[in-house]
Each structure stands twice: as structure tokens, then as C-alpha cells.
Design a protein. Structure first.
Lengths: 794, 442
């Protein structure tokens, strides 16, 4: 079905362009509006046509359309889209702008129709040649699922969490992880949104879909992403609506969210708001060899006990409000908003579970005012501008001063001679960041587009810790770090739109003021050193249709990952500043296809596969620098090659099963270590990296079983990760740290009541109570149950 | 010193055992006779990418030992520190504070007993040392600032040592002691210096000695920590009562006396304690102030003012040298990894070499072994009358070297067991001994 849409779109584009060229000389009126489904979601790529003429257009990604220069008169305007009933409206056109909105009703099963739409958007991006996978949140919004769980279903994406709700997560795409994966929300980098407003906390109810770009990243997201990019696309409703949801479940977990939209049709005044609150005790049970208690008399230890986590509570909350105008001549969208968020986290343990903590905490607050401006015709016709600017004020503090020692039963068993469970600190960090994104796209000709993107940030950081006694000049060093990414792209279509290409060039730069301490003959002197770097990245992406069902995609990028502020400036405590740090570089290549194997009315079978190769040089690594200090240096080289594949079967939009597999061969390529020693592990697999993962997702819509307009579904998700070693694969033979294989079953069901106002979802995770680890010896939650209610107020 | 005598004895017994094995002609009609012999086995500790592995070898003189697909990974949150004594190896997990007693079984290691030694001294990062052949000392020092309420400035520190004795092989914890380390006038001469670490504990007679490390509160941002530049100090207690704690002082040289991973202090056959100083960190030499690498002697809980072995001077090198610890063989002979300032920095260059020192005759010879990086060198052992230490030059071939204590030649060593080299860094060699009953044939 998605495929049909594509061909339709192609013809529509042609029609539209012809129409525009014919009518562009006339000075007449404008018709514009929005097309929604009956769930208030905007419908992109819907065909808008004026009956009896060749005039027509299609809706944009946000469901908007615009037809200009129509001669006055009475017309019939139709809106149509595959899978929806066509709507016809009579319109009297006068010499002014008229707003005509459409609501399209799905022809059969709504829940999956939306999937089709999302897929079509994803396909659009894929068509440009980028290796991208998209996961639609629409059908999942009634579930108590976390965004991190959703991401984990995508082949080649690994999310490794260090515990329950709110725990830190590490992301990797095709084996490249850490800071080489960048996050965006509607195209805006999330770097300075704070961890209280991140994938770990944002409820699924607020998200429309998640796009994952593997390796090669398009210009719209022109950040310094080596491994790939993850773009959260939030809900874009432009009609008045409000929705609340509340989920409760195991480990005293509460998740509430509120989402609302209000628009005054006359003035275009629009208010958008979202808010959420998450809380969990995270008091799930952990067991095994790493969980032990000490006999207070003999100090002998007893391993293998089962204990409940007792100091792992987490809460996070956020409010994001935007006030502005939509559909004005001077702006399609203009919003001024503010994001306020915060989180509190208890810290249960360090890198492994061996030593439990009972008092250490962490908290963070972010206040971020921002503006967002979008205009499809900025001055010049066909110049689409999208501008975002924000100032983020982040405060983070850690409290770790307790002398009390706890065991895994939560009992107080002794006293430390010095305070601090993990590291004695009252560290607080105050970070102010101005960041901006300017995105301009100019349609040169019907088949040629030029895009420009600029990301810029200026960071100023202050740290303080009343426990740090050496308040020297070095400690208070001014810390500035500026970063900029510029990108330029040329997108075009060739050979009857069978071939789509995108060529791009990106420029990355950073500069920093670093205060460097030098000690000679016992005397320490400080000087401020300015350091900067400029790097160029470039690449291309393309897709080619062979026949009507087979699309080939290929992309290549030479990409750059700039160092982070912490890596250059140090942390004022254990990590020393460095003036020599450079960007990481990588060459990324993808070759894949998308093949509709079966395309009959009742059966759809689609197979996508992608092979990739990445070669990373100058990897930024933390190393020991002398006596108990650390610094970041560039030294390692790794290569990653592998295959992601996905098979998707759909029967009548009722039953859907998806199977993804991901193989990765991450190889250490460095000939020497950072000191110049021969690298014994060269050619072996990179440690602590999962190399085989699989995910099966099956979903069945039961709507027919119920009376009118009620909806129901059940799903089952099975995920598998093969065992891997924590350290060098080829070193040692006994007692090696190993992350065991994981096999996790999740079940769930949802029911939307006949009036569609209320939806009930039930999620049953880790049904067989498997001992699950993403990281070495850090256990994740076992069996758990969540119930979620979603209510649409209007 | 008993240890070394025991080793020498073992050698003879081992040789005897080998001789017995050579004789394959038992006489069945005689009543069998048995005797107890001691078999040595050797264990090498390697570290690669922050993971620690232990592998056993029967000999150190020839052949090779690789950690590729071989070796037992040790629990090491931050690092693993090893002691070999009797039948057992003891592994301290620096980061969890667990002390694990392990017994080699020929293929890998059986865990015999685990105790939470760190908890006993209130930290998961304790330091420890085999103080004599039946005692492991585990300890931890904390420094609490004393703030002048009027100004808010830190005027001093209260430095508390907390320690326990772990009896081996029973692994029982006794003698929990807390002691506020007195700060001598000497210690206060530097700018904001106070004791931050003790290490290198040795027991001699009725005294136990701890080396001290001083750092400055003005200089805590790594790696700028620099040693106190004035005087030597050693903390001495009556043993086993752990009472009467005092600071022994000397103004003949300066620096830390704690050692780093290599031990700073040894007890000779006469019960005297010989100690090397450490005045180097972060390329922060201040030899113009008269700093030098010396071996001092302590007797009866005091520095012996009649003795000072100026290793820097006796080596007669053009460059300054530094040391963080040394190894004693017997009869006054020891081996000391020394860093040669002109050859590069102390932590990532091939700037270290081995010197043979004779503490009785006060002579020192720089040996012609390859330059390497030995800052983190943990242990070498005496076996078969030779001293064994692993040397892994950066970018070069790694071997166990066998040093002949009877030779005062710069070439008084041979190359032994070949190691992986490269980034598999062998930082310590340990020995276990099993007593066996064997049939004696005549």
C-alpha cells in the first residue's frame, strides 16, 4: 500500500508542478488547509484536487496544503488518500485566502492505516537513499512502553540500560555507540535538553514516530554523528484536542502524561502543551553471584542471595508549552515556548552491582526558553525555512557524602572512614548553552532541491563543590566550548524519478578556551590555551527503483564526531584538560534494498536488508595519564561490518508480524596501543559489543470481534541478544566476564472503547522472569505488569 | 627473611625431587620411605585494557607463556593486587574490597575463601601487603579537613589510619586498629602537605613499619600530585599490639616512603629494615633541592642515622634517577627498577631500567636490560637462587629476566620465559608452593 502511495505521490508532484506553472501568472486567490485522519493526526501526501480542472496538490509532511492563484468561482475540492474515504467539498472562491480543512475516515482498520502513513513518510526518506528505519508510535501510544523499548525493536539498534526506569542508557547503531549517536527532536539536537527530557523519560504518548538513521545522516540533521542519528518526531496535531494518560504498574511505577492543542481558526493563535510525570521505586529483585552480604563478625561473604533494590527510586517531570501562530502569511508556524524539566535519581550502585549504595543521589533541572519559526515561502517562493533557537540553563548536582555502608538487604553494616559511596562529592554543575538550528530548503526546479543546515552552540560551564578543598585557579578555570556544524545538500530526481540522489558536504568546527596546568620542578603554572579545529565531511545517498517493487539504496559518508566539552575541558576532578584532542573520523557505507515480495489485497510481504561498513579512526578514548589522572586522546581504529535485515508480513491489516535480525562484526584495527606497543588484540572482535540480535514482533487486531467502532489488539515481542564478552575476546580462557545471552518475552493488549475516548492498555514484560543484563553484572527488571489508561478529553 | 631462606631450602628439596625422578629404578622389595618436598609453581599477572588475568607456568627460565586464549580472569573492579604465599594466591579486588584466597589446580584456580577486607577498614579501595609470611596487613587512610571557622580556610587535616591484620591461610581478620597519624613539624614544612596514604608494611621483631605518602591540598588535581620535598617519615607501631604508634623521621633525604605498587621496604636477615624513597611524580623533580634516590635503614623503630646509601650517586649516571620500590633477594642484594629522567616521562615511556643494589656494601650497578616502563611493576620473585622480573619494553619483546644475585656485572642476567609483549603487560610474578609426600628410593 505504501508503494501505491509513492507512485501516486510522484504523479501528484508532476500534476502539482504543472498546475502551478500554468496558474502562476494569474493574480487570484489562495486555498489552504489541513488534512487529518479522524484521530486528529495530520495526513501527509493526501491528494487535493479541484474537480474539472488539472489543478491539484498534495499535503506536506505536516498535513498542510496550499493552492494559489485560483480564479474566482465555485468548485468541488476533493481530498483523497489510499486507505481513506475520499471527501468532497463545495467551495466558492473569492479573491482572498480561504481555509478548507478535511477529515478523512479510514476505509477499514484505522490503527493500521496509520502505520501505512508513517511507513510512507519513512519510505520517502529512504527513497532519498538514506539507510533509515522508522518506528511508528501511533499504535503504541496506548501501551506502557518506553521509547527505549521501542528503539530496541529496530534492527541494528541496541539500547543498553543500567537498570529500571530512568536508568542511564547507552545507544548504538550498527555497533557504533556512545557519543557517535546523536539525538534530535523534530530535527533539533537534544544535546542540551537535559537527561530529564530524553528518550528515557519522554512518554510514548507524546511521540508520533522515531526515525533512526544508520551511519549516513541527512543534511536536515547535520550534526556530528558518526554512528547515526535518532530523530523523535513529536505529535503534530493542529486541531483542538487534549489527551491524558496514566499508567501504573510493577515497582510502584507511575507514568502520567498530558497533551493538548488549541487553535483559534480565525487568528491562527495556537497553543501547544505537553507535560509528564514519571516515578518508580525500581525496587525489582536482583540475584546471582554478584549479590552478596558480609558476615559482620568474620567478614566472610555469602554470595548468591536474592535482594530487592532499595535505593533506586527515580522521578522525572517536564512541562513544555508553546504559544504562537500557525498558517499565517508570514509564518506557517511561529512559536515561543519554554521547556521546564527535572529529575531526581537515587544511585543504587556503580558499574557493577557488587557494592550497593544507600544514600547517593543525583538531580537535574533544565529551563529552556526557545523559539521556532517555519515558513514554506520565506521571501522567495519555494524557500522553506525552519529556524529554532534556544537557551538552555542546566543545573546538575550530585550528593554523595555518606559514611554509612549498606549491604544488599539494605542494612547498615558499617562506616566508611571517609564519606562518599561512589565518590565523595557535593558537585554541582551550572551550564548555560545557547543553541540554534537554521534549516533552509530551496526548490530549484521540480526535481532539484538545495538544502542548508546550520547548528551552532556556545557553552559556558561552572562547577562547584564545597568538598573540593583545592580551589586553585585551575579548578575555577573558565570553560568555554563552541561548536558548529554547517551542511549543504543537493537533492535531485532523475530517470522518471526512478533515481533519487542526494549529495552533501558538511563542515564541523569547535573552539575552546582551556586552562592548562604545567608542573615543572614542583612549581605549577597555569595558562589559557585556545584550541580549535575545522573538519570537512561529505557524502552521498541514492536510491533506484528497479521495476515497481524493488528499490536499491546506497549511501556513503565521510563523517566527523567533534569532541565533547568534557573531553576537552576535563571535569575539574579526575579528567585533565587536553589541547591536543581532535575529532573522530569515520567512513560509512551502506548498500541495501527494499523489496515488496508479495503485494496482494490481503497479503503484504516486505523484505528490507542493508549491508554496511564503517571504519573509524582517531577514536576518542579515556586513558590514564600518569599517577591517578585521566585524559582523552585519539588513538584507536575500529571497523564494523554487518547486515541488518527485516521481514514484514501483513494480513488484511489485521495480523502483522515483523522479524528483524542484525549481525555485526566489530573488529579492532589498531596496530599499536596508545603507547606504541604492538596490539595483541588487533583483528579480534571489539569487546563489550553485542554482535547478534534478533527481534520478533507480532500483533493482531481484534476489532471485528467487538461492536461498532471499538478497537482491540494483542501483541507479543520476543527479543534475543547473543552472549558477548566484556573484555578482549581472545585474552584469557577461564572465569571471563561475559554478558550472557538474553531472551525476553513481552506480551500486551489494548482496547479502545466504542466512543474512542478511552483506551486501555496492558503490558506484561519479561514474562518468564529471565535474568536480563544489558551490561556486565547489572541486572535489569524481571517480570512486570503495567496498566495504562488514555483518555481523550476533546 | 625467613621467606627467602625457605625458598633456598625449597630449591634444594626441589632439586632433590628432580634427582629422584630421574631414578626410574625403584626397588619393590623394600619398605617404601616418604619425605616431604616442596614444589614451586609460578603465576604471572597480566593486564590488558583494564582487565587482569593470571596464568600458571611451571618454569620461568625458558619457553613461552601467552595470555591469548589462556589465563584466569581476576575480579578487578579497578585493579587486582596479588600476593603469593604458601599454597595460595591472594587477590584483592581494588574497587570492591574483597580479598579472595585462591589455590591453583593445575588448569586454573579454585576460590577457597572470600572475605570483605575492605569493609573491615571502611573502604572498597583498601591497600594491602604481606607483612610477614602469616600476616597480610589491610589498611586505609582518610584525611578530614580541619576548617578555621572564622576564615573558612582549611588549616589542617586529621589523617586517620584504619587497619586490620588478616591471618593467612585461615583468612581471619584480627586487630582492627584506628590511629590518628601524628603530623610532624617536618611534614608541615611543605605547602599544605599531609599524609594521604600508608603502604609497604613490614614486620620486624616487635615492630611494624608503614611507609608514608604526603600530598598537598593545593595540588590535588591529577596528575599534579607531587611528593613532599622535605624529610623522610615512617610510621612505626609495636607489634602485634599495634600500640605506641610513632613517626620515625630522617632529614637525610626526602620523599614518600610508601612505595607505589612495588614495595618500598624489606627486612634483611638481621632484622634491619631497608627503605627506598620516592620523590618523583608528574615530571616534578627538584633535584636542585638536594633530592636523591636513597636507601635508608631503620632499626628498632628509628632511622639509623649512621646509614645512608645514595643510590643516585653510586650509580654515577649523568641523568637524575628515581624509584618507587625495589625487591630484596638476600645477603644485602636487591634489584631496583629505576627511572632515568633523560629517557622520558615516568608513566608512558621506556625510561626505566633495573639496577642491582648491594645495601651492605653500598654499591649499585645499572644492568644492561632493555629500557621499559616499570612504574606500575608489582612483583618479582626469588626462585632457584635467581631473581625474576618481567620486562616488557614498549614496542619491544617481552621476557621474564633471571638475575643472578652473585654477579655484580652489568650483564649478570639471562633472558627467560618469553611473554606476549605488546599491550599484554605482565606486571607481576608470584609463587605458590605445595608440600608433597614422595616416596624415597635408595
Amino acid at each position: 500500500m505504501a508503494f501505491k502511495i509513492k507512485t501516486k505521490i510522484s504523479t501528484t508532484i508532476l500534476l502539482l508542478l504543472n498546475a502551478l506553472s500554468v496558474f502562476s501568472q494569474n493574480n487570484a486567490s489562495v486555498m489552504k488547509g489541513l488534512v487529518f485522519d479522524d484521530n486528529n493526526e495530520p495526513l501527509p501526501f493526501a491528494n487535493i484536487a479541484i474537480e474539472g480542472t488539472s489543478i491539484g496538490t498534495f499535503t506536506n509532511e505536516d498535513g498542510t496544503y496550499k493552492i494559489v492563484n485560483i480564479k474566482p468561482g465555485t468548485y468541488y475540492l476533493t481530498a483523497s488518500l489510499v486507505g481513506y474515504k475520499t471527501v468532497r467539498k463545495q467551495v466558492s472562491v473569492k479573491n482572498k485566502t480561504q481555509i478548507i480543512d478535511f477529515i478523512l475516515t479510514a476505509t477499514n482498520y484505522r490503527m493500521n492505516e496509520v502505520n501505512v502513513v508513517a511507513e510512507s513518510e519513512a519510505s520517502q526518506i529512504k527513497k532519498k537513499g538514506f539507510e533509515m528505519e522508522s518506528i511508528d508510535a501511533k499504535g503504541l501510544q496506548s501501551q506502557s512502553i518506553e521509547l527505549n523499548q521501542m528503539l530496541g525493536q529496530i534492527s541494528g539498534v541496541r539500547v543498553r540500560q543500567t537498570g529500571g526506569l530512568g536508568s542511564r542508557a547507552r545507544y548504538s547503531i550498527n555497533g557504533l555507540g556512545g557519543k557517535s549517536v546523536r539525538f534530535f527532536m523534530d530535527g533539533v539536537p537534544m544535546d542540551y535538553f537535559g537527561s530529564s527530557f530524553s528518550l528515557a523519560t519522554i512518554p510514548v504518548s507524546l511521540v508520533q514516530r522515531i526515525d533512526v538513521y544508520k551511519g549516513v545522516v541527512p543534511v536536515e540533521l547535520a550534526n556530528d554523528a558518526l554512528g547515526g542519528a535518532i530523530n523523535l518526531v513529536t505529535r503534530q496535531d493542529f486541531r483542538n484536542m487534549a489527551e491524558v494518560s496514566y499508567s501504573y504498574g510493577s515497582f510502584n511505577t507511575h507514568r502520567a502524561s498530558l497533551y493538548g492543542n488549541w487553535k483559534d481558526a480565525k487568528t491562527g493563535l495556537t497553543i501547544k502543551a505537553l507535560a509528564f510525570y514519571n516515578y518508580s521505586d525500581n525496587n525489582y529483585k536482583v540475584w546471582g553471584d554478584d549479590i552478596y552480604v558480609t558476615d559482620p563478625q568474620t567478614y566472610e561473604i555469602k554470595r548468591g542471595i536474592t535482594a530487592e533494590r532499595f535505593h533506586d527510586a527515580f522521578d522525572s517531570k517536564a512541562i513544555k508549552t508553546e504559544v504562537g501562530f500557525t498558517d499565517k502569511k508570514w509564518a506557517d508556524q511561529f512559536f515561543v515556548g519554554v521547556l521546564l524539566s527535572g529529575m531526581d535519581k537515587e544511585v543504587q550502585h556503580g558499574a557493577t552491582m557488587e557494592v550497593p549504595y544507600g544514600e547517593a543521589t543525583y538531580e537535574q533541572q533544565v529551563a529552556m526558553p526557545f523559539i521556532n519559526y517555519q515558513n514554506k515561502d520565506l521571501g522567495l517562493k519555494n524557500l522553506n525555512a525552519n529556524i529554532f533557537a534556544a537557551y538552555s540553563q542546566l543545573e546538575r548536582s550530585r550528593v554523595d557524602t555518606s559514611k554509612n555502608i549498606y549491604d544488599w538487604y539494605g542494612h547498615f553494616v558499617g562506616q566508611r572512614t571517609i564519606g562518599g559511596e561512589q565518590q565523595r562529592t557535593l558537585n554541582s554543575l551550572d551550564e548555560g548553552v545557547f543553541s540554534s538550528r537554521i534549516n533552509l530548503i530551496y526548490q530549484l526546479t521540480p526535481r532539484q532541491k538545495i538544502g542548508f543546515n546550520h547548528l551552532y552552540s556556545v557553552l559556558e560551564r561552572k562547577e562547584s563543590d564545597p568538598l573540593v578543598t583545592q580551589k586553585t585557579e585551575g579548578y575555577w578555570a573558565p570553560q568555554y566550548f563552541n561548536k558548529s556544524s554547517l551542511a549543504l545538500a543537493w537533492q535531485s530526481q532523475w530517470i522518471d524519478e526512478k533515481l533519487n540522489t542526494s549529495i552533501f558536504i558538511k563542515q564541523f568546527a569547535f573552539d575552546a578556551d582551556i586552562k592548562v596546568a604545567t608542573t615543572v620542578a614542583g612549581e605549577t603554572t597555569y595558562e589559557t590555551v585556545h584550541t580549535s579545529e575545522n573538519s570537512i565531511g561529505y557524502g552521498m545517498a541514492g536510491s533506484y527503483w528497479i521495476g515497481e517493487r524493488f528499490m536499491l539504496t546506497a549511501s556513503f559518508e565521510k563523517s566527523v564526531r567533534l569532541p565533547e566539552a568534557n573531553e576537552v575541558l576535563g571535569d575539574g576532578l579526575n579528567v585533565i584538560p587536553t589541547v591536543d584532542l581532535q575529532s573522530e573520523n569515520s567512513n560509512n557505507a551502506n548498500l541495501g534494498f527494499s523489496w515488496h515480495l508479495l503485494h496482494k489485497d490481503n497479503h503484504q510481504l516486505k523484505w528490507t536488508a542493508n549491508g554496511f561498513y564503517r571504519y573509524v579512526t582517531k577514536l576518542i578514548q579515556q586513558v590514564q595519564n600518569g599517577f591517578e589522572g585521566f585524559e582523552y586522546i585519539n588513538f584507536d581504529e575500529v571497523s564494523m561490518r554487518g547486515v541488518d535485515t527485516n521481514l514484514e508480513y501483513d494480513f488484511q491489516n489485521k495480523f502483522k508480524v515483523n522479524q528483524s535480525l542484525s549481525f555485526l562484526e566489530p573488529i579492532i584495527e589498531s596496530e599499536t596501543d596508545e603507547l606504541g606497543n604492538e596490539n595483541i588484540v588487533q583483528g579480534s572482535r571489539l569487546p563489550n559489543t553485542p554482535f547478534f540480535t534478533a527481534n520478533t514482533h507480532a500483533r493482531y487486531n481484534l476489532s471485528e470481534l467487538f461492536n461498532n467502532r471499538a478497537n482491540a489488539f494483542v501483541y507479543w515481542n520476543l527479543s534475543y541478544v547473543a552472549a558477548f564478552y566484556r573484555h578482549a575476546e581472545i585474552i584469557g580462557s577461564e572465569n571471563k566476564d561475559k554478558i550472557p545471552k538474553q531472551l525476553v518475552n513481552n506480551f500486551g493488549a489494548g482496547y479502545t472503547f466504542p466512543k474512542e475516548k478511552l483506551t486501555l492498555g496492558i503490558d506484561f514484560n519479561n514474562v518468564f522472569n529471565e535474568q536480563v543484563f544489558d551490561n556486565y553484572a547489572v541486572q535489569k527488571p524481571g517480570r512486570s505488569l503495567f496498566v495504562k489508561l488514555t483518555y481523550r478529553i476533546m | 627473611m625467613k621467606k627467602y631462606l625457605l625458598w633456598s631450602l625449597n630449591l634444594f628439596v626441589s632439586l632433590g625431587f628432580m634427582a629422584c625422578n630421574d631414578d626410574n629404578d625403584p626397588k619393590p622389595d623394600k619398605e617404601p620411605k616418604y619425605e616431604t618436598i616442596t614444589e614451586n609453581s609460578y603465576h604471572l599477572l597480566s593486564v590488558i585494557d583494564k582487565a587482569y588475568y593470571m596464568a600458571e607456568t611451571q618454569g620461568l627460565s625458558e619457553g613461552n607463556l601467552s595470555f591469548v586464549n589462556n589465563g584466569y580472569q581476576l575480579d578487578a573492579n579497578l585493579a587486582a593486587r596479588i600476593i603469593g604465599s604458601g599454597e595460595y594466591l591472594y587477590s584483592l579486588n581494588y574497587g570492591s574490597g574483597l580479598l579472595t584466597q585462591m589455590k591453583p589446580n593445575g588448569e586454573d584456580y579454585d576460590v577457597i575463601k572470600e572475605i570483605n577486607a575492605g569493609l573491615a577498614v571502611g573502604t572498597d579501595k583498601p591497600r594491602y601487603k604481606l607483612a610477614d609470611d602469616k600476616t597480610i596487613m589491610v589498611y586505609n587512610v582518610t584525611a578530614e579537613p580541619i576548617v578555621d571557622e572564622a576564615s573558612g580556610n582549611i588549616v589542617d587535616y586529621t589523617c586517620t589510619l584504619r587497619m586490620v591484620s588478616v591471618e593467612i591461610p585461615s583468612m581471619t581478620i584480627t586487630n582492627l586498629t584506628e590511629f590518628v597519624i601524628p603530623q610532624s613539624d617536618n611534614a608541615k614544612l611543605g605547602d599544605g602537605y599531609y599524609p594521604t596514604r600508608v603502604d609497604g608494611a613490614v614486620i620486624s621483631g616487635d615492630k611494624i613499619y608503614f611507609g608514608l605518602m604526603h600530598t598537598s591540598n593545593l595540588d590535588l588535581i591529577p596528575p599534579l600530585r607531587k611528593p613532599k620535598q622535605t624529610g623522610l617519615e615512617t610510621l612505626v607501631f609495636d607489634y602485634p599490639s599495634m600500640s605506641n604508634g610513632k613517626i620515625a623521621e630522617s632529614s637525610k633525604a626526602a620523599g614518600h616512603t610508601s612505595g607505589y605498587r612495588a614495595p618500598s621496604m624489606h627486612v634483611d636477615e638481621k632484622g634491619d629494615v631497608y627503605q627506598v624513597n620516592w620523590f618523583m611524580a608528574a615530571n616534578s623533580f627538584d633535584l636542585s633541592a638536594g633530592d636523591k634516590t636513597v636507601i635508608s635503614r631503620l632499626k628498632g623503630g628509628q632511622y639509623d642515622d649512621s646509614y645512608l646509601f645514595n643510590v643516585s650517586e653510586k650509580l654515577g649516571l649523568e641523568s637524575n634517577i628515581a624509584s618507587v620500590g625495589w625487591f630484596y633477594v638476600g645477603n644485602g642484594i636487591g634489584y631496583m627498577p629505576i627511572q632515568i629522567e633523560d629517557e622520558g616521562n615516568y608513566y608512558s615511556d621506556n625510561s626505566w631500567v633495573i639496577a642491582r643494589v648491594d645495601v651492605y656494601n653500598q654499591t649499585a650497578v645499572k644492568l644492561n636490560v632493555p629500557m621499559s616502563s616499570l612504574f606500575t611493576c608489582e612483583n618479582g620473585i626469588v626462585a632457584n637462587d635467581k631473581f625474576h622480573l618481567a620486562i616488557s619494553p614498549i614496542g619491544g619483546e617481552a621476557n621474564v629476566y633471571e638475575f643472578d644475585p652473585t654477579s655484580d656485572s652489568a650483564d649478570g642476567f639471562t633472558k627467560g620465559l618469553t611473554l606476549d609483549g605488546g599491550n599484554v603487560s605482565v606486571v607481576g610474578i608470584y609463587m605458590t608452593q605445595i608440600e608433597k609426600e614422595v616416596e624415597v628410593t635408595e
